[in-house]
Design a protein around this ligand. Structure first.
Ligand SMILES: N[C@@H](CCC(=O)N[C@@H](CS)C(=O)NCC(=O)O)C(=O)O
Length: 261
């Protein structure tokens, strides 16, 4: 009788243990809802850490990382392997329909386009880190000057610096060959554009005035790529441009991410 009872107790214990195990498994399945919905992260999102989806070495990812550093915003880099085509997979294109890095997730808010992300960070975290990276939109003149400078970077610098990098680096990575004639045209145009930079920077410390803004920082990734990786010395060829370039490249924010976001 006693042995029957103890085998019953053992059986009940086993049933209870099994139920507990099943409960644990189902809870851990439910926990999935607390995790990032993308397959790139298995880390809980409830700590609200800003997530930067990108490739540590990508220029646009590092453009955003510099701004995060300037604004003292801790972030978690969620690596997207461009070599494996992770940026073209549905998990990623559901965040960035063009299939390009970077993407930033701040709580429930998702944003892409590196310069737009930079503006968002500078405004949202306006009260911390480096002040004045973006002016208040209610200061019309400062705003206008800032947008002018940001537009200069996007239209008079980036197409040439990224174009040269595209020809001399990215094309080769895809198995193509560099079009040297196009590189020469882009390089000549870049030098000519920097004549105008020299005029502007002989009157102001930075592109939008006497304090640094996002417009200056946005130059860093491609400027460094053409200077350090390709040996094109355009940014050191004129005194005021060189002074400005030395200033912005020596910022701790850039030094922290230049070799990897
Ligand atoms: N305008 C976009 C450009 C993004 C972009 O070109 N990202 C590159 C890496 S720097 C990329 O994802 N390249 C892969 C591809 O276009 O397929 C931005 O500023 O965020």
């Amino acid at each position: 009788m006693a042995s029957k009872l103890s085998s019953l107790a053992l059986h009940s214990l086993l049933v209870l243990a099994l139920a507990a195990l099943l409960n644990l498994a189902s809870n851990s399945l439910n926990l999935k809802t607390y995790f990032d919905t993308s397959s790139f992260s298995a880390k809980p999102t409830h700590n609200m850490t800003v997530k930067l989806y990108g490739s540590p070495s990508s220029t646009c990812t590092r453009r955003v990382a510099t701004v995060l550093k300037e604004k003292n915003v801790p972030y978690e880099l969620i690596p997207i392997d461009l070599g494996k085509g992770e940026h073209k997979k549905p998990e990623f294109t559901s965040l960035q329909p063009f299939g390009q890095v970077p993407v930033l997730k701040d709580g429930d808010f998702t944003i892409y386009e590196s310069r737009a992300i930079g503006r968002y960070i500078a405004l949202k975290y306006g009260n911390q880190g480096t002040p004045g990276l973006i002016p208040s939109p209610s200061d019309f003149e400062a705003w206008g000057r800032f947008e002018e400078a940001a537009s200069i970077e996007q239209n008079n610098f980036d197409p040439f610096a990224s174009g040269i990098s595209g020809e001399k680096i990215f094309k080769l990575m895809r198995g193509g060959t560099t079009d040297e004639k196009r590189v020469k045209e882009l390089t000549d145009t870049l030098y000519a554009k920097l004549e105008a930079y020299e005029v502007i920077l002989s009157k102001r410390k930075y592109l939008a005035g006497d304090t640094i803004t996002l417009a200056d920082l946005f130059h860093l990734p491609y400027g460094t790529m053409i200077t350090e990786r390709l040996g094109i010395d355009a940014l050191n060829s004129k005194p005021n441009v060189a002074r400005w370039w030395k200033d912005i490249t020596s910022r701790p924010s850039w030094q922290a991410v230049k070799d990897g976001a």
